[in-house]
Design a protein around this ligand. Structure first.
Ligand code: IFM
Length: 441
């Protein structure tokens, strides 16, 4: 049982669950084009078991039952994403009518069930044809993304409750181009600087397109990690500040202050595209809300070598299946910090929060008591922030379904609903049942 219920949150507070297209739909179906995640997974050593999203949760064919789960779970809103390569298989040019029809039906299906559709345009599956042209390193991506935005939003934008262009720009920029852990798997500072800027440029162009189409309630979704110095010395303090800079402040500052932090430019500045400053008004245009994805904290120590000169070290707190420390206080800290220091009154949403565990189906049930405790502890921090005057308006758990967890494949289970990948059977876990009870009206 969760300790908190809907009644512990301000009037009108929304509860949702989130997913993303490539992680659940089954990308090999329905006429979608190849993506850089298919290429990345096909390259030996990149993804656990070389697994990809070809079938995933087969949501493409099972979406109606999946939306029933959301309705029956007493959720208010569903955060999903639209696959660029499903809508435009080559990334540019001709649209795939099957892809457009799918998202059209999905949105109507949500509305029919009394659920609010919250769309994210891009959750990481770049069409391979665009990756071949340099992907996020190429400035032209902002225009290609604007065209994709126009194509999909001309079809579904009139019925969405909210929309955001890009999920977790840090993952698109830094994790994928500096750390090499996500597609396209680069480890290159020049590629990183360009991708980090172009992802925000694409955000700006897409936002313009959606406003021109008459859409409202447009936001941005960033991920945040609470950086803690690994020891009391000045080197670790500086290292944690640097981590905080390129992880948390770069995107916040670009979106809200129309500039990038000096300590991040210390490393990325020499590699930025020419005249990046001229794009900052477009990037920092008005938003209607900001979404925070939060999972964990990191202990950071100084390390020899070029910028950023740091490394992550293991922390002492209890960890999830993927080794992430459980630190609910960090969610309160970010809600407060983002509101006080950047957004100052703009509605905030926790657009992702949840944990992975090696959940097992035993006698037809999945007892994920650890996840119930995780959700409870994080919801308590959200309620605390709301009580302290932070305008946090909603909370989405990640994820509705167990799904494809990118470079670590299908082993980590983040869902509140268990998926048996052999049969595609869905089994609501204890966490789903606890939320269902807590959210009942
Ligand atoms: O599964 C991911 C999701 O795609 C983006 N946010 C974090 C989740 C858990 O790692």
């Amino acid at each position: 049982m969760l300790k908190l219920t809907r009644a512990d949150f301000p009037e009108g507070f929304l509860f949702g669950a989130a997913t993303s297209s490539y992680q659940i739909e089954g990308h090999a179906q329905g006429g979608a084009g190849r993506t850089h995640w298919d290429d990345f997974a096909d390259t030996p050593g990149n993804v656990a078991g070389a697994q990809n999203g070809a079938i995933a949760c087969d949501h493409l064919n099972r979406w109606e039952a999946d939306l029933d789960l959301l309705r029956d779970g007493n959720f208010d809103v569903y955060r999903f994403s639209t696959s660029w390569a499903r809508v435009m298989p080559e990334g540019r040019g001709a649209a795939n009518p099957e892809g457009l029809d799918f998202y059209d039906r999905l949105v109507d299906g949500l509305l029919d069930r009394g659920l609010k559709p919250a769309a994210t345009l891009y959750h990481w599956e770049l069409p391979s044809a665009l990756a071949d042209l340099g992907g996020w390193r190429n400035r032209d991506i902002a225009g290609w993304f604007a065209d994709f935005t126009h194509t999909i939003m001309s079809r579904i934008g009139d019925r969405l409750w909210s929309a955001a262009p890009i999920n977790e720009p840090w993952c698109v920029g830094f994790m994928s181009h500096f750390m090499g852990q996500h597609a396209p798997g680069l480890r290159d500072i020049r590629a990183t600087a360009r991708a980090m800027h172009h992802v925000l440029l694409a955000h700006g162009r897409a936002t313009e397109v959606m406003r021109d189409l008459g859409m409202s309630n447009l936001g941005a979704v960033c991920n945040f990690e609470y950086a803690v110095p690994a020891d009391a010395g000045p080197e670790a303090k500086k290292a944690a500040a640097t981590y905080d800079g390129y992880y948390n402040r770069f995107f916040l500052s670009g979106l809200m202050n129309r500039t990038y932090p000096d300590d991040v430019l210390e490393g990325l500045g020499p590699h930025m595209p020419a005249n990046w400053q001229d794009d900052m008004d477009l990037i920092g245009q008005r938003l209607d809300w900001l979404g925070l994805n939060y999972y964990t904290r990191k202990l950071i120590a100084a390390a020899p070598g070029p910028w950023p000169g740091l490394e992550e070290v293991p922390g002492p707190l209890p960890k999830t299946q993927v080794g992430w420390e459980i630190y609910p206080e960090g969610l309160y800290a970010f809600l407060k910090r983002v509101h006080d220091g950047y957004t100052r009154g703009l509605p905030l949403y926790v657009t992702e929060n949840g944990m992975a565990w090696d959940d097992r189906l035993v006698n037809g049930a999945v007892r994920d008591d650890r996840r119930v405790a995780y959700l409870d502890a994080h919801l308590a921090q959200v309620a605390r922030a709301a009580a302290d005057g932070v305008p946090v308006k909603g909370y989405f758990t990640w994820s509705l379904l167990d799904n494809y967890e990118w470079n670590v494949g299908y082993d980590p289970r983040f869902g509140i609903v268990h998926v048996d990948y052999a049969t595609q059977a869905r089994t609501p876990k204890s966490s789903y049942l606890a939320l269902q009870r807590a959210l009942a009206r």
